[in-house]
Design a protein around this ligand. Sequence first.
Ligand code: NAD
Length: 483
Amino acid sequence: MNHLDPHNRTWLNFVNGVWLPSDECIDVHNPATGKKIASVAVAGGNHVDMAVAAARDCVTSGALTKCRPVLRAEMLARIAREIRNRAEEGAYLGCIESGKPIEAARREFEEAARYFDYYGGMADKIEGSAIPLGQRYLDYTIREPYGISAQIVPWNFAPSICARSLAPALAAGNAVIVKSPELAPLAIIVLFEAIERAGVPKGAVNLLCGLGRTAGAALVAHKDVDQIVFTGSVATGVAIMKAASERSVPCVMELGGKSAGIVFPDANLERVVESVKAGTFFNAGQICSALSRLLVHTSVYEAVIGKVAEMAGSLEVGDGLAGADLGPVISEDQLEKIEGFCQRAKSAGARLITGGQRVSGKDGWFMEPTVFADVDPNMEIAQEEVFGPVLCIMKFEDEDQAYQLANGTRFGLVAGVFTQKLDIALSAPPRLSAGQVFVNEWFAGGIETPFGGNKMSGHGREKGQEAIYSYVRTKNVGILLAP
Ligand code: NAD
């Protein structure tokens, strides 16, 4: 018997320091086999109310804020250690619930630990400033936590995105309620078990495994939530912002993307191909910041298509546990959606270079690595987020046209340029509407680098030192010293 087999244990919600069952369950499937791997207790409206009440008690008690901040720093360091103690299990579950290669799941679980180390290091450095108003006044700012931070997490990188928001929120002294994704809730439960073991004040962290339309919607509409952090699709983000606007609740929104890489004539084409491999096909393309549009100068257009097609054809598609390059997509629905995009792109006249359909003869939900060329910027495939292993290649004649194409969608998450010329590399970032710009390497950066979107890709920043300021608000204190 596999001691990591998720069938061998129960999967519950964590509220006020207690693991809570529920009358209802949702099934979790392994996308590589299509088979059910676990049943998770579903949080309902009553669980949401309990979690908010517990978080409020924690906030009111000052358990996270009356202490010296160094104690929160130590708490986050303990959490990081406990997460690493569960690394094998967390990575295994992350792999079988999402389909990603086991090595990628290992890196992801380690990344979750790193967020706690990183923001633990900031917990005692969230400083205000003194503002000179002349000798008769003392004026200074204080950074205060919001109170209750409600955080909604998607399935594509569930444990690391969970840690990405939870760690800075906790470091800043907020109580947190996480709503985990229904398609991939298991690795996050292991993360919370590690947090429990590390020792945190009651109600400081709470986990609800629930459906978006019930638990998620009830959480974001709850009258006692002070901040909402949402990572997910534009449609859900817009619905949440509408609910939040009713009570003027501040939001951090990390939404979708349709990001472009621009290949200039002098680009190192081997680097371009490596970037497409990582940017388009890593995690089967289910990445908000995926490289989904490649804009290529006419002089190297056919050469790039040839090299990218060769690389895409060499990728092994299969079970992430067996270490394939490209795992399955998350669900049958998602697979159908991706195939639909590809069908419509073909009908609209895009040139299919490779892929375009599901992998036949497999039980799981596998999509062929897909490349389209001669894509018109107005086509659906050039404008909408596919969230699968699909690349659109488009041609440009000059720099102005390249930036116009790159900025020509409703999204603005990340962008990239491939050039060896310093003047082009340095003049590109101001011309690109995106929260991150990569030069010569897609995903150049890490947990240390601020991340977030422009336009419909969202607002607010996660990652890096900058993100800590997404979890505090500034209060100014002005004192007349000589009345
Ligand atoms: P989704 O919007 O369907 O779901 C995201 C989360 O929202 C899930 O936990 C879901 O249960 C919850 N949810 C659904 N309806 C809700 C509602 N009415 N109220 C409250 N919560 C609700 O997105 P997904 O399919 O899980 O994730 C894929 C999307 O996420 C893509 O668009 C991708 O680009 C985006 N994403 C963005 C980032 C980023 O950092 N910008 C990172 C990862 C994923």
